[in-house]
Write a protein that binds this ligand. Sequence first.
Ligand code: SF4
Ligand code: SF4
Length: 426
Amino acid sequence: MFNYTSVSDACIKCGKCVPVCTIHQVHPDETTSPRGFIDLLGAHERGELAIDKTAKDIFESCFLCTACTEVCPNSLPTDMVIEEVRKEIADQYGIAWYKRLFFFLLRHRRIMDIASKLGYVFRTCALSDNNQYGGMTPKFRLPIVKKDRLLPSMASTSILNSYDEELDHGGKGRVAIFIGCLANYNYTGIGHSLVKILKALEIDVFFAKEQKCCAAPAYFTGDFATVEALSKQNIAYFESFIDEVDAIIVPEATCSAMIKHDWEVFFRNRGMHDWAERAKRLNKKIFMATEWLANHTELPKLLEQKGASKELLVTYHDPCHARKVQGIWQEPRALLQTNYRFVEMSDPNRCCGFGGVTMQTEKFHLAEAAGKPKAAMIDESGADVVAAECSACRMQLSHALYKNQSKAVFKNPIELIAEALEDGDA
Ligand code: SF4
Ligand code: SF4
């Protein structure tokens, strides 16, 4: 069992974490708060609390948003201890069949490619396209999915299968793209837009075809065997080309945070220090896409040349894994503000309520409750578009905007930047 004592002993019960906690905001109870989680885990360590069904339900209700870690005076990693106890839950109760199937597909990309293709071909049997909000709604109730749910769109060809491994754009640099599963199979406009931007900058692309899922969905669900397998394969693969690229860029906050932060934490917590060091060594060349484009390329200059004449009013939602985990929030704003009218919503740093696989399935009522206030504040801002560099946020917020029948729609900042570059009059 993971040792929770150091965290529970360090909690001074100040309560600063409680008002910012996403689950506490939608389920105001001391047990479902960071302070409550930590207290219960201390009791579990002392042998006073078994992981019964009630405890399982409580620990599975954390959104892993890290809002608590941002305000805690002792920097206590509540999200990390919840991730650890979910391993115990998975060992004790097993993992639901549909999650095991999902993680199996994440581990076997070729089979996932075929499943995704079949899903695309037969999608209209069960789903209707919703072009306004960029997704699909079920025609009838599906297993685990409510009828009025906006699901991510599907693509005929994944991004990794859409391009050659090497794209020669003129040789002003060379970057590898880590695309992430949702952007690879569902929100493919992000990858196409990223290629357009790199082409405009004359930067060559190495499409790292053997990349695997970053393992974030499995990590948040306690499937640590999958996390170990995927992260080790990715680390060994990244090491094989890291010296030949300027950077590995990731247009996804959750994947980027998993790669840069959680892989190392995961291996350290299991005593695999050699793997933790290897993950750490890669970090200096791994960047969120907007972070790298804003700080290491001529993109800001190029966007300035295009001018500020876009009519769209844009607001930016801060993905928890971008701002709270990686400190990335200025770069996407700076790039977007060059060409678009921009407005801040009242609390851009508030979690959208995605929460992971369990929250998006068994506990979707909690995710929906957390998404509502976010959609309301986007509406209040008057924005036409809400941007966030995260496809998990996109899935969650697109549903919330659809349910609210909002004027605003969701786009990744990479898509907006590519549009600004494309438009001669941008
Ligand atoms: S990670 Fe988010 S939901 Fe979980 S305890 Fe912390 S603030 Fe609450
Ligand atoms: S802010 Fe930190 S120290 Fe204070 S109650 Fe929350 S977890 Fe404990």
